[in-house]
Design a binder for this molecule. Structure first.
Ligand code: FE
Length: 335
């Protein structure tokens, strides 16, 4: 699907005639197979067409350069760091919606109504079935203890996923303790950080390390990939918690652009995406967790077990990102 650019359709014109809005334009960094099914369900229910533009790189730059003339109504991406970057670019408008507020827990949406999480993913431990005993993995804090020396694999410390986790450590324990923790985990690494989250699971499978830090949905992705299934089968998911909190989660989310030419239809789509039906479809496709309390989990995800998500505000994590980055550099995590 391609975007039909409507240079003349300003938000003001469409606000005067909302009934004419029969399409929504979405810029997304997500893969087609993840979001097309839920968009199709929306179109089927409302008759409103959804035009998807898959923007792999430079999403923020593109929105900024298009400015008021952007054809994009909505932006869908992952990770609080990316959502916050779009907020800071000043290209979003708030969406005042009771449906969104009632459906999404407050810590998973912007306090200014600028972005809304649609799914969550937990950043957890994938533990070797052979070399890690039940109950051996406990808290995030414990990952810095000597018992894990030479047993942990992670991707780069400066990656968004690890920066958000470290930001959560800072939020729970303060900067000094977080620095000690990062240095402790670094000292326990079996090897210099390299590759992505799945590479770490492969390393566990290969016997290089016993546990990896990995996002939950990669279990689903690896099981679906013939080459990677053995990696997935060699580990089990364990949900660590913070000593004074729950399991760290991050999000995929959605936001409305300031330029949105089809504002009413765009809000309709946002509200549809938090309905029980849409939540179940969307979460299942990427083996993520719905944000709507009580929405149906995929059978696979349900089998991983239940956990208590940390309730730290994601906006606070976004604010702590620069401090987390500084700490990763100071402890030489990736050296
Ligand atoms: Fe990912």
């Amino acid at each position: 699907m391609s975007i039909r650019i409507k240079l003349l359709a300003t938000a003001a014109v469409l606000a005067a005639a909302p009934a004419l809005a029969d399409e929504v334009n979405v810029y997304t960094t997500r893969q087609a197979f993840l979001i097309e099914p839920v968009m199709d369900a929306f179109t089927k229910e409302t008759g409103i067409a959804v035009n998807l533009a898959f923007v792999e790189k430079g999403l923020v730059e593109r929105l900024k350069s298009e400015g008021d003339r952007s054809p994009a109504d909505l932006v869908m991406t992952v990770d609080i760091a990316n959502l916050n970057q779009i907020v800071e670019a000043g290209v979003l408008q708030p969406v005042d919606s009771k449906v969104l507020k009632d459906s999404i827990p407050a810590n998973l949406r912007s306090p200014d109504d600028l972005w809304f999480a649609l799914t969550t993913r937990a950043r957890v431990v994938f533990a070797s079935k052979e070399r890690v005993k039940d109950g051996e993995v406990t808290t995030y804090e414990d990952l810095a203890s000597d018992k894990w020396k030479g047993r942990i694999c992670t991707r780069a410390g400066v990656h968004d996923y690890n920066l958000a986790l470290l930001a959560a450590v800072i939020a729970h324990h303060g900067e000094a303790a977080a620095k000690e923790w990062a240095a402790g985990v670094k000292a326990n690494l079996a090897r210099k950080p390299e590759g992505n989250d799945r590479s770490q699971v492969k390393a566990v499978w290969a016997g290089e390390c016993d546990i990896s830090l990995t996002n939950t949905y990669y279990m689903g992705a690896m099981l679906a990939d013939p080459e990677q299934k053995a990696w997935a089968d060699s580990v089990r998911i364990v949900f660590p918690t913070f000593e004074n909190g729950g399991t760290h989660v991050n999000v995929s989310g959605i936001a409305m652009t300031k330029a949105a030419p089809n504002k009413a239809a765009a809000q309709k789509l946002m509200e549809f995406l938090v309905s029980p039906e849409a939540q179940a479809i969307y979460a299942e496709k990427n083996t993520e967790y719905p944000v709507l309390p009580g929405a149906k989990l995929s059978e696979l995800v349900e089998n991983w077990g239940s956990f208590t998500p940390d309730t730290i505000d994601l906006t606070d994590l976004a604010k702590l990102r620069p401090t987390a980055l500084k700490i990763m550099e100071e402890v030489g995590y990736d050296d």
